[in-house]
Ligand binder design. Structure first.
Ligand SMILES: Cc1cc2nc3c(=O)[nH]c(=O)nc-3n(C[C@H](O)[C@H](O)[C@H](O)COP(=O)(O)O)c2cc1C
Length: 234
């Protein structure tokens, strides 16, 4: 359930992402995370997915950070707030500032409304229909990656259906997935179970859940999780 009130219930990374954003290595078209600080954002600047090239991450493997985030009217501590940058995108920027990774933004072919209630209603329809909302700029391949960070908000206690579109579009066999969420109160929701089902053969590693309202204050928790998962060393 959506949080109607409490109803619901790159190193440094980003170097690569930076490069991507700067428009360098725009291979096949994409969008990538702007590195760095919470105020940085992921920018979609081409119609094709653009992936950046990074050095191996802290655990020696290549890391992809795939993020879906929605700006606009959102839930905030029982009320509503307008977000110029979605919470999950802020979190992705903070992670990208700490590790070496390539970043990819999952943009819907049909954008979600800025209106919170309209988005809740659309999400209910998509969940009930077990829909696979189309991605505007799908990544051609994740073959080069050993670890994939699947980063989204929680919608009705699970990841938005477009994350399933992404998850089912690729072969995750032998790859490690870390679910990452921002949320109002549902934590990781059912993401671990859902990604295990959508990505057969993947290893589901420890997830990270951050309350959307607190994302900008969560730097220590993020760093601690990155070290536990060996995405950040030293
Ligand atoms: C359609 C919709 C449904 C939501 N459902 C939940 C939910 O079930 N549980 C929860 O904790 N938060 C829920 N939320 C709150 C979001 O997970 C939270 O605000 C998150 O940080 C949004 O990330 P974003 O700004 O990157 O899109 C929902 C928000 C929306 C828009």
């Amino acid at each position: 359930m959506p949080p109607h009130g409490p109803a619901i219930d790159r190193r440094t990374v980003l170097r690569s992402a930076v490069v991507g954003l700067a428009g360098a290595a725009a291979v096949a078209g994409t969008s990538s995370c702007t590195p760095g600080a919470p105020n940085n954002t992921m920018t979609s600047h081409e119609k094709k997915p653009q992936i950046t090239t990074s050095e191996p991450g802290g655990n020696g493997g290549r890391v992809l950070l795939s993020c879906f985030s929605r700006a606009g009217e959102n839930y905030y501590d029982g009320g509503r707030i307008h977000l110029d940058v979605g919470n999950t995108e802020v979190l992705a920027g903070m992670i990208s500032a700490l590790i070496t990774c390539d970043a990819h933004r999952i943009d819907p072919a049909e954008p979600y409304s800025d209106n919170y209630d309209a988005t809740v209603a659309r999400n209910v329809r998509e969940q009930n229909a077990n829909a696979r909302p189309a991605i505007a700029t799908p990544l051609p391949s994740i073959e080069q990656y050993d670890t994939v960070l699947l980063d989204s908000g929680i919608w009705n206690v699970r990841a938005p259906m477009i994350m399933t579109t992404f998850a089912e579009s690729h072969d995750f066999t032998g790859k490690t997935i870390h679910p990452i969420t921002t949320h109002a109160m549902s934590g990781l929701g059912t993401t671990e179970k859902d990604y295990a089902k959508s990505c057969p053969g993947a290893i589901i590693g420890e997830g990270l859940a951050v309350r959307g309202e607190h994302v900008r204050d969560s730097g220590l928790d993020i760093e601690s999780w990155l070290r536990r998962t060996q995405l950040l060393q030293g």
